[in-house]
Design a protein around this ligand. Structure first.
Ligand code: FE2
Length: 281
């Protein structure tokens, strides 16, 4: 008897891309390539870059494989944040969050084994995944990037935060995040709100199927609670595939660097960058 092969992710991120996506990857889309080098532009939302049919297939593989391996990540509003206040107008809110995550740091975790089995680890580790981030950010990036999978269910959200990592030398001057949204049909909406000119005035829909958002962090932002379609809460999930990329410095080896398309490799770099993830959450 022939056993049906489990559906798998493509081994290269490039295989999910539309012709427009491939143009960006190859450096042939001047509007998008290097877009984040503009200091007034902290992030870009791209649509029509991942093939929607392939994205929907990938989403369904992901949902079946990882749904039961997730761990809840929860930091609520501090209990004494109201009762402990003694002075008017002195409220302060640390980063609050409720989301589920697939732990991919440890090869022993159930999530890692499930993600490896369907080819998700290979996809997130593929050269073209990092190459796409390098193309859009316009920067040379370190090769050992961090990967993560998040899953927002009904009411899951992230409160205002800025993702600044001042204690980490190779992240404190900024770094690049790339998110791929794979949203189930039962989701009504979820938005990213971000700051411009000192106010949370900007809004973009992130509940897409195959939409890509690329960020030059840090900047202030939050993710609104995921809202399910009526009576469809059980199947309402937004999956996010996430890569965190540190800048390659002049001393990062060429072999440890992912260059944006068309960029010349740095000359004479001999020191190996550590390339640890910035630990974004
Ligand atoms: Fe964030």
């Amino acid at each position: 008897m022939v056993r049906a092969m489990a559906p798998r992710f493509p081994t290269q991120f490039a295989d999910l891309l539309t012709p427009k996506g491939r143009r960006i990857l190859e450096g042939r889309d001047p509007e998008t390539c290097g877009a984040l080098l503009d200091p007034t532009r902290p992030f870009i939302a791209l649509q029509g870059v991942i093939d929607v049919k392939k994205a929907a297939e990938a989403r369904d593989v992901l949902d079946a494989a990882l749904r039961d391996t997730l761990v809840t990540m929860e930091d609520p509003i501090p209990e004494d944040s109201i009762s402990g206040m003694v002075e008017n107008y002195t409220e302060a809110l640390p980063k609050t969050v409720r989301v589920r995550t697939a732990l991919l740091e440890s090869r022993r975790s159930r999530s890692w084994r499930a993600a490896e089995e369907v080819g998700l680890v290979a996809l997130l580790r593929s050269d073209t995944f990092a190459g796409f981030a390098a193309a859009v950010s316009g920067r040379a990036l370190k090769r050992s990037w961090g990967i993560q999978v998040l899953c927002y269910g009904p009411g899951d959200y992230t409160g205002p935060h800025n993702d600044h990592h001042p204690e980490e030398a190779d992240a404190r001057d900024g770094y690049v995040d790339m998110h791929v949204s794979l949203t189930m049909p039962a989701v009504d909406h979820q938005y990213l709100v971000y700051a411009k000119g000192g106010h949370f005035s900007e809004l973009t829909k992130v509940s897409t199927v195959g939409g890509i958002t690329v960020y030059r962090l840090p900047f202030w932002h939050y993710t609104t609670p995921l809202c399910a379609k009526k009576a469809r809460e059980d199947a309402a999930r937004r999956w996010v595939l996430l890569g965190t990329f540190l800048d390659a410095g002049p001393r990062t080896r060429a072999s440890s660097t992912i260059l944006p398309p068309g960029a010349r490799p740095p000359v004479g770099g001999t020191t190996l960058g550590r390339g640890t993830g910035a630990g974004r959450r």
